[in-house]
Design a protein around this ligand. Structure first.
Ligand code: NAP
Ligand code: ZN
Length: 344
């Protein structure tokens, strides 16, 4: 029988988004009579220091309830590893050790998009390497409890960002070398179909209906299952520096290079399938749609050089792409995102 829970959440949203935090404390403190500690200091794109603070707050806890968007749930996974293995030398434990386990995690997402409730990943800000990067352990939440009520409170900018994040997970998963048929391909394509139907239509409105949000929530979780098997690819690797240095939200940072990335992909049949299943007539039309949501990208040639080199050092992302990739390929994608398909 669990004795004490650590609730890991962000500063504010779980207190106001339809009662996510209160629902959990009511159940723990009420019928379950389980004591708990609340760590409500997770910042967006959490760095290692933030996670260590959470670990120190919960050293005597034996399971974690993570409530929030990708940032608090990823933080919960990393905090779980530190509680299990000690908070000293946290950077080495999180980034350089293999196979470390966590105390059990229950994930309660309040944004749809990252799919972190169904993935073993935790993306932390790595100030040492000036980027965002997945940690080394692989921790799947034991349970994911999903209630669409909480998602309805997402502000428009968060919803648009997370919608694009889910879409990029689906597309990148489908295009990776790891997307073996039938399961991986099927999951990704099914998510793309769901996104291209209900979700795409609902994005045109400021508020999303509960029905549309439910489809979005499920497409996002499917996307998480897809990338759990295949990983993500070049757009995610190219988006990390845009988030680290230019403060572009995670999903938009991947989405802004998506059209140019697909133009570079050699498997035209797969690219056509994506465009068809999204319900667009052409890649051009898809690019225009993305642009209408994301707006424009404004980075310098020097930044393009630096970010392209950073991607070329990211062996994990390069190996997921089916073809050899050169530094010039990556620079071309960034330049097109600035000048062409999606300009700022
Ligand atoms: P987030 O960084 O968790 O939250 C963004 C903002 O939305 C915060 O201000 C948050 O407020 C607010 N918010 C969250 N839920 C809300 C709700 N229901 N109503 C109103 N406001 C709400 O955003 P995210 O896009 O979900 O997560 C992004 C992170 O996930 C990035 O670090 C990204 O790298 C990571 N990610 C992880 C995976 C994975 O597999 N592990 C996959 C993709 C992305 P509070 O701070 O007050 O809570
Ligand atoms: Zn993502």
């Amino acid at each position: 029988m669990a004795k004490k829970a650590l609730i890991v959440t962000g500063k504010n949203s779980s207190k106001v988004n339809g009662g996510a935090l209160k629902d959990v404390t009511d159940v723990l403190g009420g019928e379950l009579s389980v004591s708990y500690e609340i760590f409500d200091k997770v910042v967006e794109n959490p760095p290692v220091d933030n996670v260590v603070e959470g670990g120190l707050a919960g050293l005597d806890c034996d399971f974690i309830v993570g409530i929030g968007g990708g940032s608090p749930i990823d933080a919960a996974k990393a905090i779980g590893v530190l509680i299990k293995n000690g908070t000293e030398n946290a950077y080495e434990k999180l980034y350089e050790s293999k196979g470390l386990k966590s105390i059990p995690i229950i994930a309660i997402p309040t944004t749809a998009g990252t799919g972190t409730e169904t993935t073993p990943y935790a993306i932390l800000t790595d100030h040492k390497n000036e980027t965002k990067r997945n940690y080394s352990p692989r921790v799947f939440p034991e349970y994911a409890l999903m209630d669409v009520r909480y998602f309805l409170y997402m502000p428009l900018h968060v919803r648009n960002n997370t919608c694009i994040d889910a879409l990029t997970h689906l597309i990148e998963s489908y295009m990776t070398v790891n997307a073996t048929p039938p399961y991986c391909e099927y999951i990704a394509l099914e998510g793309i179909r769901m996104w291209g139907g209900t979700v795409k239509e609902a994005l045109k409105d400021e508020t999303m209906s509960k029905e549309a949000m439910t489809v979005f929530m499920n497409a996002s979780s499917l996307a998480g299952m897809a990338i759990s098997q295949t990983g993500t690819s070049l757009p995610h690797g190219m988006g990390y520096p845009l988030t680290y240095y230019n403060k572009i939200a995670h999903g938009l940072a991947n989405g802004v290079v998506m059209k140019a990335y697909l133009e570079m992909c050699k498997d035209e049949e797969k690219v056509s399938k994506i465009v068809d299943n999204l319900g667009f007539d052409s890649l051009e039309q898809f690019g225009g749609f993305l642009q209408s949501i994301i707006g424009t990208l404004d980075i310098t040639e020097d930044e393009i050089d630096k970010y392209s080199e950073s991607l070329m050092a990211n062996a994990g992302k390069l190996k997921n792409h089916p073809d050899p990739v050169t530094l010039d390929d990556i620079k071309t994608i960034y330049r097109k995102a600035v000048k062409g398909g999606v300009t700022i």
